[in-house]
Structures are given as C-alpha cells and as structure tokens.
Design a protein around this ligand. Structure first.
Ligand SMILES: [Zn+2]
Length: 295
C-alpha cells in the first residue's frame, strides 16, 4: 500500500504528497478520523516519509518499505494505548527514543489513539511536539480533537478525515482512471494490483469496478472525452463499436480483456486470480498514452 492507494480523502492525500515532494514535512501532524482511516493514512504517511526511493510517496519495494510492512523498522515508533489510555510513561519513552540518532534520515513517531492521552501525558508531550530532539516527525492519530489540549492542537498541522465513503460512482471512477493511467504508463505490476485491493474481497464491488473501467475505456476510445462523461453516457451499443479505428486495436483488446474478467467473475472464478490475470494482461498489451488519450 501507499498514500496513492488510499481511497477517499483525496484533498488530504494530495496535500501530504505535495508536502513530501517539496521536502516540506512539518514535525507534527494530527489526523482526526475513524480508526481504520486514520491508522491506514498514518501508516502510509509514515512510510512515505521514511522511504528514500519515491519523492512523494512510498515505493513499497525498498528495504525500508518492506521493513515497515513487517513492522520492524527501527526508525518508526508506533505507540498504542495501554489499557484505556496513553500515560506519561509512554511519552517519556518516546522522548528517550528521540534522544538517539535515527538509523536513517529521521525518526517517525506515531501516537495511535492520541485522544486517550492523559492530561499529564499531553503536557509532557508539548515541548517535544514543538521542538522534537533531532530529525523527527510526530503523527498523532485521534478520534476527536476535543480530547486534546488546545496547546497540542496549536502545535500540529491538523487534517480532519472524511467518514468512510460508499463506493459511489465518483470513487469507482477515480480508481478506474488512476488504474488505467497507471497501466497506460507501464506502471509496475504491484502498484496496479494494489489499487484493486479494495475490491478483492467482494465480487459485486469488483464487478462494479469493471463496469466503470470498461465504460471509461470505451468512452476514451470512441470519443476521447473527459472521464466525467462516463457517468452520464453509456456507450455499449454496436454503432459505437463500428467507430473503432485500427490504431486503437490494443485498447479494443483491453476492453475485451475487461469483459472477459467480468465473465469469469460471474462464473464464480477466484476474484484475486481473475484480477491478477487482468493486471498481467494490461501489462502485455501496454496500452500507450497515445492510444488512450487520443483526441
Ligand atoms: Zn520504499
């Protein structure tokens, strides 16, 4: 996973990626939202900060990314509540850890369930938040900001994450556009597979994704129009198919591959294998930028 593979909260992820790309990472952040969301984004942001390979995200492949995925990277300290709260002792441990030099470029401390910090824990953290000793980034992940001292809030760059979103057409289209663009650009297989992860546990969601992807490909193929048109205009009739030009053969085959995957899913084939074959197929056919976005 990476920041780019996070669905929803696009404004936040775009801002974080911009900060990473510009080398403008602050030393303290607060992400407020539901548990799954804030933890996922917190982890991916931490990984992107520490990964040396990709300027605005994590690469997912280097030694550091792999170590973080296996939860054994020395420069990432993940603090959780003990019992119902995070006490002063835990903050003292953080301060001690930060007094050592990081193994790599910096230390990232993630304080999960930061809203459970006791008052004395919060007070103890204040100075460190303002001026971490050494090169460090502190990420607070919290359910609500009301439980945090004003002095903590004022020291953090705060992002309020939006609630879990349903798979609206817009979200599906957003993922489909990203996926097709990645395939067209010959992006690595693992990245293409990663974008599809949210669908792999649910056949219907996967079928919805394939529908939107096929519509997108067809629309681009026939009319070269903006992706937003896919939502309002379906182009499945045969008269449209006759308008294919020979130069778009590769793309036409891609549409056929998407249709093939849909059939397999409807026949009950394994979702993971079906989508993996589609990713591989998109790779072989390597739809070029020109063929997809031709005007
Ligand atoms: Zn990496």
């Amino acid at each position: 996973m990476s920041i780019s593979s996070i669905i929803g909260n696009t404004t936040v992820t775009t801002e974080l990626k911009r900060a990473l790309a510009g080398g403008k990472i602050s030393h303290s952040y607060l992400l407020i939202g539901q548990s799954r969301q804030r933890t996922a984004l917190g982890l991916e942001f931490a990984k992107a900060i520490l990964c040396p390979e990709s300027p605005d995200d994590s690469c997912g492949r280097c030694r550091i990314c792999r170590k973080i995925d296996h939860q054994n990277h020395e420069d990432l300290l993940w603090v959780r509540k003990s019992g119902n709260s995070i006490r002063k002792d835990a903050i003292l441990e953080i301060i001690e850890t930060l007094s050592f030099k990081p193994f790599g470029s910096r230390t990232v401390v993630v304080i999960d369930d930061a809203h459970t910090m006791t008052l004395s824990a919060q007070n103890k953290l204040l100075k460190t938040l303002e001026e971490p000793p050494g090169p460090a980034v502190i990420l607070l992940l919290a359910e609500r900001k009301e439980a945090l001292l004003e002095t903590i809030l004022s020291r953090c760059i705060t992002y309020q994450l939006r609630e879990e979103e349903e798979d609206t057409d817009e979200i599906l289209l957003d993922i489909a556009v990203r996926w097709v663009e990645l395939c067209a650009a010959g992006g690595p297989f693992y990245r293409r597979a990663e974008l599809l992860e949210p669908f792999l546990k649910d056949r219907d969601r996967c079928l919805d994704f394939l529908d939107v992807t096929e519509d997108l490909l067809r629309e681009r193929l026939m009319h070269g129009v903006g992706a937003e048109a896919v939502l309002t205009k379906k182009t499945n009739d045969l008269s449209d198919q006759r308008r294919l030009s020979p130069s778009t053969e590769g793309l036409r085959q891609t549409v056929a591959a998407v249709e093939e995957s849909r059939k397999s899913l409807k026949l009950g084939y394994h979702i993971g294998y079906t989508m993996k074959s589609l990713c591989l197929c998109m790779d072989q056919r390597r739809i070029t930028e020109e063929s997809i976005w031709q005007k």
